[in-house]
Design a protein around this ligand. Structure first.
Ligand SMILES: Nc1ncnc2c1ncn2[C@@H]1O[C@H](COP(=O)(O)OP(=O)(O)OP(=O)(O)O)[C@@H](O)[C@H]1O
Length: 274
């Protein structure tokens, strides 16, 4: 028997309010157990909306979102196997100690667990600067990148089997981002990353390209070979990466062109390649 998917979207349609044009319309997606999925697409196409639906922060108007086989929604604490952690671009950092920040989602984390998270996310130098695990954190005195790194350490320790990163590494340099994504992907469970660099898409198992009714999901190389849309996105992305320190900009496209999002689309079903 094949393992239960980490997440499934079946015919998911969502609009921000009655009468508004659906952001997602009939989306079909399966995230395999243990999969590392990157999500890309033009600005405003619905990448954050998708992560919020997977997190249960938004509820579809039609269709269903399931996490580990359990319907996702805002009602009640999720089944332990269906927990997910959503990291937004603006990282949450709490007043409290470094330890409390890191262990917020896993209060029973042992010293060995914390040590492993610090090592896996290369947080040692930051911890030294802050004064160690028991030093108080003043969020106002942390850079955006430092905040993101603490939040990534928290996500690493989280027991949630589904991690959702919505441009949660955008203030990190490419090397630190790669290390963090690889560490998070190596945890048990699935990782969904709204990518803001092409390198993020390249190292994922598959890439979901959201663009209205042309949404597609496949490994990077396959999309490059068969998807003009993906090649177009990558083509516009690479110069930005090359020219922007940190390369923090998502690919953007002219969204003034009318786009028909009315047709359902199947964007998965291929098994997790790894
Ligand atoms: N709270 C909201 N109320 C109304 N419309 C919203 C809201 N949040 C997002 N939208 C709209 O929904 C669409 C999708 O937004 P979303 O943030 O999911 O896109 P995105 O692909 O993540 O964009 P970006 O790459 O620019 O972050 C956009 O047209 C946006 O204006």
């Amino acid at each position: 028997m094949s393992p239960r998917p980490a997440a499934e979207l079946r015919g998911v349609t969502f609009a921000y309010g009655p009468g508004a044009r659906p952001v997602l319309d009939g989306l079909e997606l399966t995230v395999a157990d243990g999969e590392h999925l990157a999500v890309v697409g033009p600005s405003g196409i619905g990448k954050s909306t998708l992560t919020a639906l997977l997190a249960g922060a938004l509820v579809p108007d039609r269709g269903e979102v399931r996490v580990a086989g359990v319907p996702a929604g805002p009602d009640g604490p999720p089944h332990p196997e269906a927990r997910r952690a959503l990291l937004p671009q603006q990282a949450y950092v709490f007043t409290g100690t470094v330890r409390e920040n890191l262990a917020y989602l896993r209060p029973d984390a042992s010293p060995a667990d914390l040590e492993q998270a610090v090592r896996a996310l290369r947080l040692g130098p930051l911890l030294n600067r802050l004064g160690g695990l028991d030093a108080p954190v003043d969020p106002r005195r942390l850079s955006q990148g430092e905040r993101q790194r603490l939040a990534l350490g928290r996500a690493y320790l989280s027991p949630a089997p589904l991690l959702l990163l919505d441009e949660a590494t955008c203030h990190l340099d490419p090397d630190t981002e790669e290390h963090a994504e690889r560490a998070l992907a190596a945890r048990p469970g699935a990782l969904v990353v709204v990518a803001h660099r092409i390198s993020s898409a390249v190292r994922a198992d598959r890439v979901l390209v959201l663009d209205g009714d042309r949404a597609q999901c496949a490994p990077h190389a396959e999309l490059l070979a068969r998807s003009p849309l993906y090649r177009d996105l990558v083509g516009r992305w690479q110069p930005e990466e090359a020219g922007t320190p940190g390369g923090v900009t998502s690919p953007t496209a002219d969204r003034s062109a009318p786009s028909d999002r009315s047709r359902a689309r199947e964007v998965t079903s291929s098994p997790h390649p790894g």
